[in-house]
Design a binder for this molecule. Sequence first.
Ligand code: ATP
Ligand code: FE
Length: 368
Amino acid sequence: FSVLGIETSADDTCAAILTSERKILSNVVRSQHSYHEAYRGIHPYAAIEAHQRHLPDVVRQALQDADMSVNDIDGIAFTRGPGLAGCLSVGSNAAKTLAAALNKPLVGVHHMQAHALTVFLTSPPEEAPEFPFLSLLVSGGHSLLLVAFSPTNFRILATTLDQSIGTAFDHVSKMLDIPWIAAGPGASLEQFAKTAVDEAGSDDIPFDDIFVTPMKNRLAFSFSATESQTTTFIAKKGGLQNIDTKTRVLLARAFQRGAARQLEHKLTMALKRCRKDGVNIRHLVVSGGVASNSVIRERLRACLDAASPDEHIALVCPPPKFCTDNAAMIAWASMDRFLSGDTDDYSVELISKWPLEEFGTSLTSRIA
Ligand code: ATP
Ligand code: FE
């Protein structure tokens, strides 16, 4: 069974073709970073326009890369939510129209479920996690710590009280005036933080202690706190113009480490909570765009070892290109529904705000 997946929930225009044997026949991602660099963030109208401009070509490219005609496709999947309504509508209208015109089955996918299940697509079966597992979804729109009991049953343990970790990376990258690389502002910050600076070794950050983990007794995240610790530091120096490059690098490092430390702290608390509730966790799956950050991965690995020295908890991350938005994960998350005949009407509506805990119970009855 082959599925054409379409993803347009945020700023990447994506199409992919995947088979039920887990073969990724094509996976096209057209990033909009250059559009958004001017705004230093996602501009909703620019994002909609870019999706409208690129999607036809991206779908065409996905078919070409897979060496398939659209008639060879067995089903069409698209991101139904959550996401920016205008952006979602570009992909959903395309998917619905294609499916109706070709008389193919259609499935609307929950974007965050897709991120959480990507690992079953990218890991060899022997390394795939066993349910229940802990999942940390750290992206541009989300900072979520959850327990996955099954592919459709999730319990959210923690979310952010303000903004996502990815947004904090984006803001701090902008605040420090870090040159953007193609992979976007978060990845630019990671790279900038690696810049070698005289005297200071990689572990020597003189002002590391300003990044105090907020709400130490609660599972909830706050990345506005981590961001504003950076803002305060810069303000105390009288502005970025008074901060030399070396200090900027160290500040980027300290921010990154502060964000990682917050994740570690809450992860340790979540593991304790699971143990107390009798939920036996053997795997932590980290996905979302921020999961491609190597410092964060290393710190989480160390944290699991410290929190659970006797029983090994495996850390599983999809490869970086599957951690950020892509349509292969959308096609993958739809596969069980296609195979069991549980498909959507061509009139299915998108759901811009769609809590992950709700979606398993009301797949077809919700409206935007
Ligand atoms: P969501 O999936 O929640 O709707 P999104 O689609 O914007 O949000 P992703 O594409 O999964 O999210 O991730 C993008 C985010 O990840 C951006 O905020 C980006 O800056 C951040 N990011 C990407 N690479 C890195 C990195 N190496 N270090 C830190 N942050 C990163
Ligand atoms: Fe995403």
